[in-house]
Design a protein around this ligand. Structure first.
Ligand code: NAP
Length: 308
């Protein structure tokens, strides 16, 4: 029996683990793939306090993981079922079943897809959701980045070091990204823009070679491709979908996100939710970490017998 099981090892879950473990609570973090969550696939993190010398997302993830591992146990398993009602919570993975008095859900969010022809077919053959992982494969080639938020513009800026050119394709004229990032891409001579445009199809042979885009105002469709017929990179950053399938019917959801109060408490006693999976306005690494700390401190109080 664990005191706390944390489902998901991104910044929110790792911070919860760090705080819970330092309170001498028997803590298990379960992560299905790579600890660090979305941060691991982020090129540079310039807005997490202290992340200066090695500002790479992977570096920050590794440091968070190493620190949490000092205090909490981590298992790399896939959670397949949870039972969250009652005093004993059960978490079943592909390998075993665990029990805990408290569960902290930090399952995060996964990449939203365009759901267009060619996206699946050319996945890993030109289509990517991770600039840090795949950027170097497109050295000297034309890259297209889809999206107008912080992720799209920051990753476009990172990709411009490898690419012959980067074209940002966005469905509107205004960007959702913060002003400082918009300025950065606008001042990058390698970055071009295809605005009021939506991607209809990704085409190619063995690799992605072109994109069909439709202008939302004129409805004109054009094909974007390299002048010399070379393969292209298509990086898609159009937001995220909360990972809440496992918890549906148990914790309260709003638009797919888990509803909590400001103490990270869900509608179920002994169950907290933190990070991007939670219904909230600001999704940043620093707010994810903050959520994790709050949940762990209040879980400790709950386990000490103080009221929920
Ligand atoms: P986001 O802010 O939700 O932006 C998604 C972008 O994709 C928007 O520009 C949206 O267009 C576009 N989009 C959505 N669905 C689309 C579709 N089907 N087809 C074409 N375009 C589509 O997502 P994000 O950029 O991944 O950021 C997620 C959160 O993380 C945000 O809170 C962001 O601030 C934060 N973040 C912060 C940093 C940082 O501070 N350094 C870095 C990365 C992310 P519309 O604008 O027209 O809706």
């Amino acid at each position: 029996m664990y005191d706390i099981i944390i489902v998901g090892g991104g910044p929110a879950g790792l911070t919860a683990g760090l705080y819970a473990g330092r309170s001498k609570l028997k803590t298990l973090i379960i992560e299905k793939s790579l600890a660090g969550g979305q941060v691991s696939g982020t090129a540079f993190v310039e807005n997490y306090p202290g992340s200066i010398e090695d500002a790479s997302g992977m570096g920050l993830s590794n440091r968070m993981l190493e620190q949490s591992k000092e205090f909490a146990e981590i298992k790399y398993e896939d959670v397949v079922e949870v039972s969250l009602k009652g005093d004993v919570k059960k978490v079943k993975t592909d390998k075993a079943e665990y029990e805990a008095k408290v569960v902290i859900i930090s399952s995060g969010a996964s990449h939203r897809k365009l759901e267009i022809p060619g996206e699946e077919e050319f996945s890993s053959k030109g289509v990517s959701f991770c600039a840090t992982c795949d950027g170097p494969f497109f050295t000297g080639l034309d890259i297209y980045v889809v999206g107008g938020g912080d992720s799209a513009l920051e990753e476009a800026s990172y990709l411009s070091r490898f690419a012959k050119s980067v074209t940002i394709i966005h469905r509107r004229e205004e960007f959702r990204a913060s002003a400082v990032v918009v300025d950065k891409v606008k001042n990058d001579p390698k970055i071009k823009f295809e605005l009021n445009a939506i991607v209809k199809e990704i085409k190619g042979d063995k690799e992605a070679k072109s994109l069909l885009v439709e202008n939302t105002k004129t409805r004109e469709i054009k094909e974007l491709k390299s002048k010399d017929g070379s393969p292209i990179g298509v990086f898609i950053f159009i937001g995220y979908i909360p990972q809440t399938d496992l918890f549906e019917g148990q914790v309260e959801l709003k638009h797919g996100y888990i509803v909590t109060d400001e103490d990270m408490k869900t509608n179920l006693e002994g169950v907290f939710a933190v990070g991007d999976v939670r219904d909230k306005k600001v999704r940043q690494i620093v707010t994810a970490a903050s959520d994790g700390a709050i949940a762990a401190v209040l879980a400790n109080r709950y386990l000490e017998g103080l009221a929920w």
